[in-house]
Design a protein around this ligand. Structure first.
Ligand code: UN1
Length: 512
C-alpha cells in the first residue's frame, strides 16, 4: 500500500467524497465537483462534491437544533469532550500531519507541528472550560451586587485558508465548543481533504459521547454560493475568517451590514529588525525560518528584514549562503526544507511580484525564478528569493503569499521602527537586539504597531497560549489563547438587589 492509501485509509478518505456533513453521513447534492491535486506531483488525490445551498441549509438547521443541547451541557463536560478530541489527535498526529503535507505541500515537520497546535489548543480549551469567568463588580446601590456572566452565542461560521488547513479551524472550534457554540466550517477549496479528515476524527469522539449531530459541521463549497450564504446568514452570530485582506473587507461589509460579529485574521507584512547590537547567529536562524518556512505561505512569514547598515552586507551574505543550501522537493521527504507552492496561480503571483520588483527599482539578490528542471515536472516549485528594495515600493506594501524576502538598511532605531510600521498590515513583528532600550522601545506605544511583537524571536511560529491576530489591514481579530474565548460568547451584565428596597442609580428620585 502506498503512502497516500495508508493516509487515506487511516483517516476515512476515499477517491470520491461528499463535502457536507453535520456529523452523521457525508452528503452533498450540488453535482459540482472539485478535484484535489497534490501540489507536489500533480497527482489527482480525490474528487469532492461541493455542498449546494440546500445542503448548506440542512447543515445550519442541524447546527441550530444541536445548539439547544450543547449549550445546556455544563462547560466542563464540553471541555472533557474537547480533551478527548485532543487524545484522538495525539493518536492520529502522524497520519494527519502527513495528510497536511500531502495536500498542502508544507514539509512534514511543519505538518506535524500544525497537528501539535491542534492538540495544544484542545488542552488549553479543556482547562479553560472550568474558568470561563466574569468579574463581580461593586454596585453603587446599597445591598446590590453586580456581576458579569458569559453565555454561549449560537452556531458560528469558521472560514479557513489553505495554508493552515487543520490548525486554524481547531483554534476556533476548540474554543467555540467549550464556549457552547456549534461550528459550521467552510474550509479552503484547495484543502478540503484535511477538513474531511478532521471532521471524521471529531465526529467519532462526539458520537462516543452522545453529542447530537450538528455541533461540528463542514461545508465544502464555492465562495460565491456557500461562502456568501454564510456571510449573510443571521443564524450565524459570529463569522471567524482567516484569509486575504481583500476577502476580509468583503466579509466585514456583508457581516457588518447585518450587525453580525467578525473575527478577522487577514494579511500580514511582517518584518524583523536586525540591530547591530544583536546576537546575529540567532537572528539569522530566525529570519531564515520566518522567510523560507512553509515556502513563505504563513500569514506570519517574515516578508521584510530591516537591517542596521553596519551589519547589512555580512547579514545578507549569510542569508544568501543559507538560501543556497535549501533543499526543495517532496515535502514528505525528511531531507526537504521547502516544498511546492500550493498551485500554479501562486507561482504566477510570485512571478508577477518579481516583475513588479524589477519595475519598481528592486534588485534580486538570490532566487527569483521557478526551479529548472522542475521536480516531478511541476510548475509549483520556486526558488526562495531575496530582494533588495525600498520599503515604500508598491510591491513591498502588498502581501505576496510566496517566499520573497525584502531587505533594506537603517541607521537609527527610530528610523527602523518608522520603516517597520510603514505598511498597511499589522500582524507580526520582531526585533533582534541585546539592547534593553531598543527592545523596550520596540514593544512600547512608540514601537511596533502589530498584534504580535517579539524580542529575539522571529515573526512566525506563535504559540497557542497567546492571543493571535493583528491590527490595521490584518483585521483586528484575535484567536487562540489569552482571553480570545470572549469573542465566542455573549457577555451579560447582571445587577442583583438582595436588600428589598428599590434604589435608582445615579441618585435619581422617582416617586408617584
Ligand atoms: C497562519 O499563517 O494563518 O504563528 C497561521 C504561526 C502559526 C500560525 C500561522 N502558529 O506561524
Amino acid at each position: 500500500m502506498g503512502e497516500k492509501d495508508r493516509i487515506f485509509n487511516a483517516l476515512g478518505l476515499k477517491v470520491a467524497l461528499s463535502g457536507a456533513s453535520y456529523g452523521d453521513q457525508w452528503f452533498a447534492g450540488s453535482g459540482d465537483w472539485i478535484e484535489v491535486h497534490s501540489p507536489t506531483t500533480g497527482e489527482l488525490l480525490a474528487k469532492v462534491e461541493q455542498a449546494s445551498e440546500a445542503d448548506y441549509n440542512t447543515v445550519v438547521g442541524q447546527a441550530m437544533k444541536a445548539f439547544e443541547f450543547w449549550r445546556a451541557l455544563p462547560a466542563p463536560n464540553r471541555g472533557e469532550i474537547v480533551r478527548q478530541f485532543g487524545v484522538a489527535l495525539r493518536e492520529k498526529k502522524d497520519v494527519l500531519g502527513r495528510l497536511v503535507s500531502l495536500e498542502m505541500g508544507k514539509i512534514l515537520t511543519e505538518g506535524l507541528g500544525e497537528v501539535q497546535e491542534m492538540i495544544d489548543v484542545c488542552d488549553y480549551a479543556s482547562g479553560l472550560s472550568r474558568t470561563l469567568s466574569g468579574p463581580t463588580l461593586q454596585s453603587e446601590r446599597p445591598m446590590h451586587r453586580m456581576m458579569e456572566q458569559w453565555h454561549p452565542l449560537g452556531p458560528i461560521g469558521v472560514i479557513t485558508a489553505f495554508n493552515f488547513p487543520v490548525a486554524v479551524w481547531s483554534w476556533n472550534s476548540a474554543l467555540a465548543f467549550v464556549c457552547g457554540d456549534p461550528v459550521v466550517w467552510k474550509p479552503s477549496s484547495k484543502t478540503p481533504l484535511c477538513a474531511i479528515a478532521c471532521q471524521n476524527i471529531i465526529r467519532e469522539v462526539f458520537q462516543a459521547n452522545g453529542v447530537p449531530h450538528g455541533v461540528s459541521c463542514v461545508v465544502v463549497g464555492r465562495g460565491s454560493t456557500v461562502g456568501e450564504r454564510i456571510l449573510a446568514d443571521s443564524r450565524l452570530t459570529l463569522i471567524s475568517a482567516t484569509g486575504s485582506t481583500r476577502m476580509g473587507k468583503r466579509i466585514g461589509q456583508v457581516v457588518g451590514a447585518r450587525l453580525g460579529r467578525t473575527i478577522l485574521e487577514l494579511g500580514g507584512n511582517n518584518a524583523l529588525i536586525i540591530s547591530d547590537k544583536a546576537d546575529l547567529t540567532g537572528a539569522l536562524a530566525s529570519a531564515f525560518f520566518g522567510a523560507v518556512g512553509t515556502a513563505g505561505q504563513r500569514c506570519t512569514s517574515t516578508r521584510r528584514l530591516i537591517i542596521h547598515e553596519s551589519v547589512y552586507d555580512s547579514f545578507v551574505h549569510k542569508m544568501i549562503a543559507n538560501y543556497e543550501k535549501v533543499k526543495i522537493g517532496d515535502p514528505l521527504d525528511p531531507k526537504t526544507l521547502m516544498g511546492p507552492l500550493i498551485d500554479e496561480e501562486a507561482v504566477s503571483d510570485y512571478q508577477n511580484a518579481l516583475v513588479a520588483v524589477r519595475q519598481q527599482g528592486g534588485t534580486v539578490l538570490y532566487g527569483g525564478k521557478a526551479l529548472d528542471p522542475p521536480p516531478f515536472g511541476r510548475r509549483t516549485f520556486v526558488l526562495p528569493t531575496i530582494v533588495e528594495i525600498r520599503n515604500d515600493a508598491e510591491i513591498v506594501q502588498t502581501e505576496t503569499f510566496a517566499p520573497i524576502l525584502y531587505v533594506m538598511k537603517y541607521r537609527t532605531i527610530d528610523e527602523a521602527i518608522a520603516l517597520h510600521n510603514a505598511v498597511p498590515q499589522g500582524l507580526s513583528s520582531g526585533i533582534f537586539t541585546d539592547s534593553v532600550a531598543e527592545a523596550e522601545k520596540f514593544l512600547s506605544f512608540k514601537g511596533s504597531d502589530c498584534g504580535i511583537a517579539n524580542v529575539n524571536v522571529g515573526t512566525s511560529g506563535a504559540e497557542i497560549g497567546g492571543a493571535f491576530g493583528g491590527e490595521k489591514e490584518t483585521g483586528g481579530g484575535r484567536e487562540s489563547g489569552s482571553d480570545s474565548w470572549k469573542a465566542y460568547m455573549r457577555r451579560q451584565t447582571n445587577t442583583l438587589n438582595w436588600g428589598g428596597e428599590i434604589h435608582l442609580a445615579q441618585g435619581v428620585e422617582f416617586h408617584s
